[in-house]
Structures are given as C-alpha cells and as structure tokens.
Design a protein around this ligand. Structure first.
Ligand code: NDP
Length: 243
C-alpha cells in the first residue's frame, strides 16, 4: 500500500548558513511555499520577511543548541533541516597546512554532525523529518586543490546513508544534494581563467543559479519524495555524471 504523505502543514525549517548564497535561496524557497523558516547567521543581519535569523556558528555546539531552542520556541520542533553552511580553503595537498585541512572538516563535516544530531531529537519525537545535506560535485568527482573540501563533502554521503539506516523506520529521510558550479560569492572568488576552465567541463556550458539548487531541496523535503532516502542528487549540469 502507498505510504505517500499528503502536503503537510507548514513545517519548521532550519537552514544553516542562510544569510547568503545557496542557503538564502533555499530559505526563500521554503518560505515561498508557506513553511516557517529560520536560518542560522554568524553575524546578526536583516532577513527578508518570513525568515527568522538565529545566531550560530556550526563549529560551536553550544551556539547551535541555543539557535535550535530559539527556533523551537518560535516555530516548533524543526522537522526539516538543511546543513548548508560551508567553506573552502583550497590548496594543493603538498602545501596544505593541517589547519587548512581540519578547519574545513570542522565546518563542513563536523558542522553537519552537530546540526543533524541536534535536529533529530525533535524529529524522532514527531516521527517525521527531512535531513538534507549540501555536498558538492567535488566530493564525488574529486578536485585538485580540494583534498580537504572533497573529503568533507564525500563524508556527508556516508552520514546520509547511515542516518537512513538508523532512522528510516521513523518517518525520517536523509539525502544529499550535490551542486556543481552555482553562481554565489564562493564561486565569484574563482579567477576568470579558473571559471573558463571549469565551464569547459560542464556539459550544460553554464553555471547555475542558487534557485536551481533550492528547488531541488524543497522537492526532496516535500511529500513527493517521502520514499527517497540515502540518495545523492546532483545539480551540476552533468559535470559529475556517474560519480
Ligand atoms: P557562500 O560562501 O556564498 O555562503 C556560505 C554560507 O555558509 C554563508 O552563509 C556563511 O556564513 C556560512 N558559514 C560558513 N562557515 C560557517 C560557520 N562556521 N558557521 C555557520 N555558518 C557558516 O557559499 P555558497 O552559498 O556557494 O555555498 C553553500 C553550500 O553549498 C556550501 O556548503 C558549499 O560548499 C556548497 N556548494 C556550493 C557550490 C557553489 O558552486 N557555490 C557548489 C557545490 C557546493 P557567513 O556569511 O557568516 O560567512
């Protein structure tokens, strides 16, 4: 028998690193469909109407815990969490310092651990939840200069799949969205030569907009995707095909 859910009530959604880039686009997309949306920011700032900003750094469990408590008070238990906060510190391995390695892991991978661990308590209690981890084509395909970043993003796949096996029977799904080149401050920082070089390998021959990632995230968090868990969904114009 079908166990497909009908369109849920507005849910309490939390997106980490939601003050700009892909995180902000994801937050806007959830808000546009009527969900109660909060984003973590490191520095308090004005957010668009309908989006609550809470202060947290994903490298600091106590600040995340306080942010979740604030969101729970305002919107109820978080049933959709998007671990989006991420950084790059690109460097060839031969020159990569231990700090460049561990700080990227601490934000991108351990930050996702801290976020998801805090989120699932409420999800288990409510017997429903959507965990979405924002990975990268680099985590699957590899990229020179991204030994640290690729490792952190590949680790998210293991997390989603382990969580699926742990909590799949509790109405909770965990999926990975793996963007390719999306126009944000992160990719603006690449030089023009680098951008041209990357673009040459993208079958779609263009960078994507953050909204194109956001629409996939809201879909994977929605009722039509209730039976999808442990999946890696690329949004990369074909760049990572088969990885
Ligand atoms: P941006 O650099 O534009 O934004 C990164 C966000 O993460 C910011 O909100 C930033 O906050 C936040 N952040 C960074 N470190 C921390 C931290 N310690 N605690 C809390 N928040 C933090 O990046 P994008 O929007 O481009 O990227 C978003 C996600 O998508 C990242 O995980 C990235 O790896 C991934 N991605 C991006 C791609 C792209 O082409 N742009 C491709 C593939 C994956 P603050 O403003 O305070 O710095």
């Amino acid at each position: 028998m079908s166990d497909v859910q009908t369109q849920p009530e507005p849910r309490s959604v939390l997106v980490t690193g939601g003050n700009r880039g892909i995180g902000l686009a994801i937050a806007r997309a959830f808000a546009a469909q009527g969900d109660k949306v909060a984003v973590t920011v490191r520095t308090m700032c004005d957010m668009p109407d309908g989006i609550l900003a809470v202060q947290a750094d994903v490298t600091d469990s106590a600040s995340l815990d306080a942010a979740f408590a604030e969101v729970e008070k305002a919107h109820g238990p978080v049933t959709v969490v998007v671990a989006n906060a991420g950084i790059t510190k690109d460097q060839l391995l031969m020159r990569m310092s231990e700090d460049e390695f561990t700080s990227v892991i601490d934000t991108n991978l351990t930050g996702a651990y801290r976020t998801v661990k805090r989120a699932i308590t409420g999800m288990v209690r409510k017997k429903t939840g959507r965990v979405i981890l924002i990975s990268s084509v680099s985590g699957l395909y590899g990229a020179p200069g991204q030994f640290n970043y690729s490792a952190s993003k590949a680790g998210l796949v293991g997390m989603a799949r382990s969580l699926t096996r742990e909590l799949g029977s509790r109405g909770i799904t965990a999926n990975v969205v793996a963007p390719g080149f999306i126009r944000t401050e992160m990719t603006d920082a690449l030089g023009e030569d680098k951008k041209r070089e990357y673009l040459a390998n993208v079958p779609a021959k263009r960078f994507a907009e953050a909204d194109e990632v956001a629409r996939v995230v809201t879909w994977i968090a929605g009722p039509d995707a209730a039976y999808i868990s442990g999946a890696v969904i690329p949004v990369d114009g074909g760049l990572g095909m088969g990885h």
